[in-house]
Design a protein around this ligand. Structure first.
Ligand code: ASP
Length: 599
């Protein structure tokens, strides 16, 4: 090694020792003759001093170096002179008195500061990702992610799971997205798909008798990218045989608790994780991934609204819609502008508008004390004070609170209020950034109807088992069949989903039929799985947990790109290597492909 020690490990115990260090020049200061370099390696920083009286040659070299040059230094560890210690630096009590130094590689001036946490344009960071990853916060994220994955491996190894790799070139497994396809050169006209997940392979491993499988698996989905999506992402993929829902959920809880307690012990982690059904989640929070750090539940105000005489509400009810509301505590005094912003949010989710009613009066007084002149609303002239009191009572309001009411189709109302709830949770400081509120959401519907085609699709994926008590409704009322699928959520994000699977060939075939596959399509796409189920498939189930999102939550980042070493942009581009890129005609010809300009 070019070094005997890491910079960050040096302590007063090393005083008097001669050490050899190597790393990057983090910062350079010239103090009237003495040159100070902060030398950085992956362990941290150490201050190196060059005294022209003592080491003229080394001092002359140090005079030429600049930030981010790679150098090696030989020196003696000394206590820093009285009064010059730096308590903010781990190695702040000592310094390295340089004896010799050499430049291992000079560096151009970086396009942004490595040695400070300043805001840098993300495109520039992605273009020079190798420099961005030198910055302390990103280096920390890399280390944290390593520990996260290691905890998973350790815990699952202790529990007798086998880590098994599955192929990247496979036959498509549907997870609801478009596949990335890879043309086969040796089989003209044939294509592999990159796995949207190893779903079918892990089920086949259960048929193979593995019983406990996991993999840190890369998955690929060709979707329109949203802020928190990447075309490729990493999941902890896991499957077990001879289990039911509670076995899997307990295992997930054990894993998440250990991860949080080891990586982010400062976070508040309510335990045991609450379990709520999909229907309850929608009814109470308007979302199947509710942020449970705060209450602010949705309330059904339809009945009161029907007698309110307010056209926007009664009109929606007449069209078969609903009226729901939430309460923003202490927010009766929101400005016009703040209310307009909230209205924009519900409009984005398809609502026609937002009815807001400030309940003014002596703060904290019961809503029964509300007077006519205390009703602050654009529609106050259309509402009796009795109706407003009834809304207030249903929302469990006090004076000083703000009632927010949306009317329309149930899904629009729920989505709108859920978005308002999330916004207000942040804005009113109700969502504690120091808490991780995990929960399991269970009993998802098995199918959902696709608006455009009118066909049934899987809510989770086609391998998910229906609840045994609902199997009788598969043909007569598929929309009412609940499944054995579950999600794990934390602070409003979905971090895992899974299910108990179908292991019966006949039932699996029926599901494919309801999903609209012909027998031939079923045989062609899933014949291998159905065949395997004829050879003694054990009952089994599992889940996949997104590592990127979990790491982002642990790092306190909203953006998963902060915890992915080499992420792609929103338009799927790698700004460092310029992928995707145009390929040579010849390469296309080898693959029996021809390029056609998009029309
Ligand atoms: N394959 C599923 C997914 O990627 C997870 C599972 O059901 O295990 O979401």
């Amino acid at each position: 090694m070019l070094k005997t020690h890491d910079c960050g490990e040096l302590t007063p115990q090393h005083i008097g020792e001669t050490v050899q260090l190597a790393g990057w020049v983090h910062r350079r200061r010239d103090h009237g003759g003495l040159i100070f370099l902060d030398l950085r390696d992956r362990s941290g920083l150490a201050q190196v001093v060059f005294d022209p009286q003592e080491v003229a040659e080394a001092h002359a070299t140090a005079d030429t170096v600049r930030n981010e040059w790679v150098i090696s230094v030989e020196g003696k560890i000394a206590k820093r002179p009285e009064g010059t210690e730096n308590p903010r630096m781990a190695t702040g009590e000592i310094e390295v008195r340089a004896v010799r130094t050499s430049v291992l590689n000079p560096a151009k001036t970086p396009p942004f500061y490595i040695n400070e946490e300043s805001e840098v344009d993300e495109a520039l960071r992605l273009r020079y990702r190798y420099l961005d990853l030198r910055r302390e916060r990103m280096a920390q994220n890399l280390r944290m992610r390593h520990r996260l994955v290691k905890i998973i491996r350790d815990e699952l190894d202790d529990r007798d799971f086998l880590e098994i790799e599955t192929p990247i070139l496979i036959k498509s497994t549907p997870e609801g997205a478009r596949d990335y396809l890879v043309p086969s050169r040796v089989n003209p006209g044939h294509f592999y798909a990159l796995p949207q997940s190893p779903q079918q392979l892990k089920q086949l491993l259960m048929v193979a008798g593995v019983e406990r499988y996991f993999q840190i698996a890369r998955c690929f989905r060709d979707e329109d990218l949203r802020a928190d999506r990447q075309p490729e992402f990493t999941q902890l993929d896991l499957e077990m045989s001879f289990v039911d829902e509670s076995d899997i959920l307990s295992l997930m809880e054990i894993l998440y608790v250990r991860i949080v307690e080891e990586i982010a012990p400062e976070k508040r982690l309510p335990k045991p994780f609450p379990r709520i059904t999909h229907a309850e989640a929608l009814e109470r929070y308007g979302s199947d991934k509710p942020d449970l750090r705060f209450g602010m539940q949705l309330h059904d105000l339809s009945e009161i609204a029907s007698g309110s005489g307010l056209g926007v509400l009664t009109g929606a009810l007449e069209q078969g819609g609903v009226v729901n509301g939430i309460l923003a505590p202490g927010s009766a005094g929101f400005s016009r502008r703040e209310l307009d912003q909230l209205t924009d949010i519900v409009r984005e989710h398809g609502a026609r508008g937002l009815v807001s009613i400030g309940l003014e009066g002596e703060a904290g007084a019961p809503v029964a004390a509300l007077q006519e002149d205390g009703v602050r609303s654009a529609v106050s002239s259309h509402l009796s004070v009795e109706t407003v009191r009834a809304f207030g009572a249903a929302l469990e309001a006090k004076l000083g609170d703000l009632a927010l009411i949306v009317a329309g189709p149930e899904d629009v109302v729920r989505a709108s209020l859920s978005a308002l709830r999330n916004e207000l949770g942040e804005r009113l400081g109700l969502a504690d950034p120091n808490e991780l509120a995990f929960a399991f959401v269970t009993d998802f519907p098995l199918f959902e109807r696709h608006e455009d085609s009118g066909r049934w699709g899987s809510v989770h994926h086609p391998f998910t088992a229906p609840r045994p008590e609902d199997i009788g409704k598969l043909d007569s009322a598929p929309g009412e069949v609940l499944s054995r699928a579950y999600d794990a959520v934390v602070n409003g994000y979905e971090v895992a989903s899974g299910s108990i699977r179908i292991h019966d060939q006949g039932l699996q075939g029926r599901i494919f039929g309801i999903l609209g596959y012909t027998e031939e399509q079923t045989r062609d796409r899933f014949g291998h799985l159905l065949e395997a189920f004829e050879y003694g498939a054990p009952p089994h189930g599992g889940f996949a947990s997104g590592i990127d999102r979990l790491a982002a939550v642990l790092a306190g980042d909203a953006n998963i790109r902060e915890v992915i070493p080499f992420p792609k942009t929103q338009t799927g581009q790698d700004l460092m290597t310029s992928a995707p890129s145009i390929v040579e005609e010849e390469q296309l010809a080898d693959l029996h492909l021809e390029f056609r300009q998009p029309s």
